[in-house]
Design a protein. Structure first.
Length: 276
């Protein structure tokens, strides 16, 4: 898109969009975003960017007050929230990535809107190169069976792009990506590595409590202390920050070959059974 037609004022209702804008050097166009965006991209707080409701609870008045040319949001949506976005009068870009390929497309799309195709292509190449390098480094290594979850109640497995990252990091993703499962089902599958990356929890997943209450102390993972928390945005934000999640997964799956990674926390003790 020619620069004289590029949109100038954007409201981001999803952290992934904010991270992508930062990666392509276009945060100057961001006039409002969510508190979750600010958690992932602290620079927006330093800029004094207005904080608004997210994709789930969007508010037309807030968007209109920001005088936005474009609103970028992503699943999950509520029908009411979509109606609020449309009522604001701004253009609306809705994202729904499932795979790494979808994420690359989203980066290219946002880059095109803001006349930054070259920067977007570089971000995509950097991600692809790092994933390919990791896949080569783990080639031929024993593939641990890994269960990753993005939510605890109900228990939901991580998304398909996380399964792709697990594979690149030298593991075998267990279960169906993005699907609800049960503690009993995971116990029966007996993973070698357990990873919890709960949406909105940062690094605060209570690993000891999780193992105790789900009776997972007899899993292969718990027996050898390979129960981990990975920082939320490193796995759940479909954006360039996934590379940090890839490094954390590699350190969890092959700790003897990869250094301790940022955003990775290991269980400190394995409780036996449920407290009375």
């Amino acid at each position: 898109m020619p620069s004289d037609h590029a949109l100038q004022r954007v409201v981001s209702l999803q952290p992934s969009a904010t991270v992508i804008l930062a990666a392509i050097g276009k945060l100057n166009h961001l006039v409002a975003c969510t508190k979750y965006c600010a958690d992932v991209c602290p620079e927006v707080r330093e800029r004094g960017t207005k904080i608004v409701s997210d994709s789930w609870t969007a508010d037309a008045k807030q968007i209109a007050e920001a005088a936005a040319d474009l609103v970028i949001a992503a699943v999950p949506y509520q029908e009411k929230a979509v109606a609020e976005i449309l009522k604001s009068g701004a253009r609306f870009l809705g994202l729904a990535p499932k795979s790494l390929a979808d994420i690359y497309t989203d980066i290219a799309t946002i880059s095109g809107i803001f006349d930054a195709l070259e920067q977007g292509e570089q971000v995509i190449r950097d991600m692809q190169n790092e994933i390919a390098t990791m896949r080569e480094r783990t080639k031929g290594k024993a593939r641990a069976r890994v269960f990753c979850e993005e939510w605890g109640k109900p228990l939901i497995a991580s998304q398909y792009w996380v399964a792709e990252l697990v594979e690149a990091a030298g593991g075998e993703f267990m279960g169906t990506p993005g699907a609800q499962t049960s503690a009993e089902g995971v116990l029966e599958a007996n993973p070698d590595v357990l990873v919890a990356a709960w949406c909105g929890a940062g690094e605060r997943v209570p690993l000891e409590k999780l193992v105790r209450e789900r009776r997972w102390s007899k899993t292969n993972a718990a027996k050898v202390g390979r129960v981990y928390c990975i920082r939320d945005e490193f796995l759940n934000t479909p954006a360039p920050t996934l590379i940090y999640g890839l490094r954390a997964l590699a350190a969890a799956i092959h700790p003897q070959d990869f250094p301790q990674a940022s955003g990775l926390r290991c269980i400190t003790s394995v409780p036996v059974g449920r407290k009375p």
